[in-house]
Design a protein around this ligand. Structure first.
Ligand code: NDP
Length: 310
């Protein structure tokens, strides 16, 4: 049985950056992309805050570049998902979706986070029939139509601005009387004529049988209920970490984010490191993910050296 030096799980900015560093350090990394190669940036349009791109860059282009850079140093990129692990001994085992068992001395987990849903019945019923968690992917189908988006963070603000370029009217539903989004993003939505912000607004139901025809919302201060006719409903209320394959092996917080030793990417298991959004509930930026991916590769290299493996 071949024991690999380093296996990287995940293909966002953290995973690819870990791969670039690990490959250049002669660790011959294998990288498993997971079900969504490229991660969350694949469903983003313009990224204006990744250093080095003064004019901005499209998310998918950035991920394509990172993938090519990782491949250039001979990262073994495999388009598969890791579904289970065994971190009992010093040799870590990982199961792929197709049932193959991979053994490695060091493992870097960079599995990111996934979109959250409201959890109401009609959301499930109308999923992909006008309900979507990705305005950038699906907004195009509703161009020229009136739409709604729920959330008060940077994602909701960014996606509302995106939709406002395609749709005559965008209803932004914010459950409090303030938004969590950065000041510049808040100003952008507030200064866009065709975005109407509904404060203190809770979505009770998405209306329609085979397609979205409207929403029923409630003002949580006054109790007033109203219906707004819309053709699409976008959910932008945050994310949860993709850490379930590691449940029971790694220490996690109450939301499932993997806990790392402060200032490092070291988890509670020797030789297992975590980087990117799966261990970061605070910053969650492409550049911080890339930064911790680099840290994970350096931590893994130090670990393998100390163990006399490389
Ligand atoms: P956040 O966790 O920052 O925000 C989630 C928002 O959804 C909050 O306003 C929250 O409301 C609201 N919310 C949560 N649950 C519900 C619910 N059940 N019903 C209605 N509203 C709900 O997530 P984001 O995805 O917006 O951002 C994640 C991170 O990514 C942040 O750090 C953000 O800054 C970053 N980001 C940066 C971008 C950029 O710089 N270009 C673009 C996109 C994201 P409440 O405030 O009441 O809790």
């Amino acid at each position: 049985m071949e024991i690999h030096h380093c296996v990287i799980v995940g293909s966002g900015p953290a995973g690819y950056t870990a791969a670039i560093y690990a490959a250049r350090a002669n660790m011959h990394p294998i990288l498993f992309t997971g079900a969504e190669p490229g991660g969350q940036l694949m469903i983003t349009t313009e990224v204006e805050n990744f250093p080095g791109y003064p004019e901005g860059i499209h998310g998918p282009q950035l991920m394509d570049d990172l993938q090519k850079q990782a491949a250039r140093f001979e990262t073994d990129i495999r388009y598969e998902k890791i579904t289970a692990v065994d971190f009992k001994g010093p040799i870590h085992k990982l199961w792929t979706e197709s049932g193959e068992i991979i053994s490695a001395h060091a493992v870097i987990i960079s599995t990111g986070a996934s979109a959250k849903w409201l959890g109401i019945e009609s959301e499930k019923k109308l999923m992909n029939k006008g309900v979507s968690a990705c305005a950038v992917c699906d907004g195009f189908f509703f161009r020229g139509k009136e739409v709604a988006i729920v959330g008060g963070g940077d994602t909701a603000a960014e996606e509302a601005s995106y939709l406002a370029k395609l749709c005559p009217k965008v209803h932004l539903l914010v459950r409090k009387d303030s938004m969590r989004a950065s000041k510049i993003m808040q100003e952008r939505v507030q200064n866009t004529n065709n975005i109407e912000i509904h404060w203190n607004t809770v979505t009770e139901e998405i209306l329609g049988e085979n397609e979205v025809t409207g929403i029923r919302v409630k003002d949580s201060k006054t109790g007033e209920i109203k219906q707004i006719p819309v053709s699409a409903f976008f959910v932008a209320i945050g994310h949860s970490p993709n850490s379930s394959p590691f449940n029971g092996w790694l220490d996690m917080d109450d939301q499932g984010y993997i806990i790392t030793k402060p200032g490092t990417t070291q988890t509670n298991v020797a030789g297992v490191f975590a980087s990117g959004d799966v261990q970061d509930r605070i910053y969650r930026q492409a550049v911080t993910a890339a930064g911790t991916g680099c840290m994970a590769a350096l931590d893994a290299e130090r670990y393998l050296t100390n163990q006399g493996i490389i």
